[in-house]
Design a protein around this ligand. Sequence first.
Ligand code: HEC
Length: 319
Amino acid sequence: MSNNGNGKKNLLADLKEHPVKILALIYPYILIIGTGIGIFYLNNLNNIGNNIINPTIVDSSTIVPDIPLIKPSTAPAVSVFTLSQPSVAMVEKGKSLFITNCVACHGADGKGDGVAAAALTPKPRNFTSMQGWINGPKISGIYKTLSEGIKGSAMVAFSTFTPEEKFALAQYIRKTFVPNPPQDSKDDLTDLAKTFKLSLGGQSTSDTTAGQANPGQIPIKDAMVLVEQDGQARYQKVMEVMRQIAGDPGSGAGIFNRVVDNKVRALTMLSSTDEWHNNEKVFIDLIVDELGQDGFNYKVHWLSSSDWDTFYNYMNSLF
Ligand code: HEC
């Protein structure tokens, strides 16, 4: 074997003698191909991962907006005789209610020519004319219209308005649009008070109530929990306890707020039995057993035994 021959020949001869050396020759190519596959894999890691785990898509049709919580209250009793007397403040209040709720149909001038009127049959009432009124433009007539609506027309009942708001609208409409509005007689107002359970002031009858009770409102999903159980009394109790907790800066209330996600549900659960009233262990079991379902959250697991004592004593004092 000569050293000055051509390199290829030497190499071939060399390989024939030591076949293992072929590995050294192809090694760089294996390395390059291997690295290439590796880079490709890394670049596509996201796709590969996504294909294995199906993404969960939230079905937006299952997200139901719920009504907000409104606490119960009682509106003060004001007599129909007082409310039927025109006052500047009431007329002003009526005006702003009218602009927000009525102008679209009745028009800013009360002529029944609002933007929505064209499409309606029958047409919205023209307040500036005495023609065609059904309940009439007396205070009692307008109050009835707002409370009951007019059947077979676009005039619906505005049942969320308070009595004061209905009187305010009646006063505004009469003062601003109706020419020589007819006055309500004492009988008209007495009948109105009886029909809609309003106060007659000093002359109240057995049919009338002292004030307008506003029962409050709770989200539908929570109401369903209450309805299944014994309704009104429990509901009142839960609302009362909720109010007490809301106004309490103490540590018991602090713990409650921390470990409760759904207050109505949690309090409804606690009000469902008095077994826990004299037994802290029952109290703890009751809460922990149905965690999540019962309005409480996982943070109850972080409560120390002295936290539990505080919390237990506090809830005992409320129920
Ligand atoms: C969607 C349209 C619409 C809205 C909004 C509306 N109304 Fe009416 N309203 C009507 C129509 C239509 C009539 C006529 C009904 C009929 O003739 O049967 C009417 C009639 C009336 C009457 C006359 C009742 C009678 O005795 O004949 C009064 C008073 C009245 N509306 C007050 C109001 C007030 C106050 C508001 C706002 C709080 C309001 N309306 C909002 C459509 C509307």
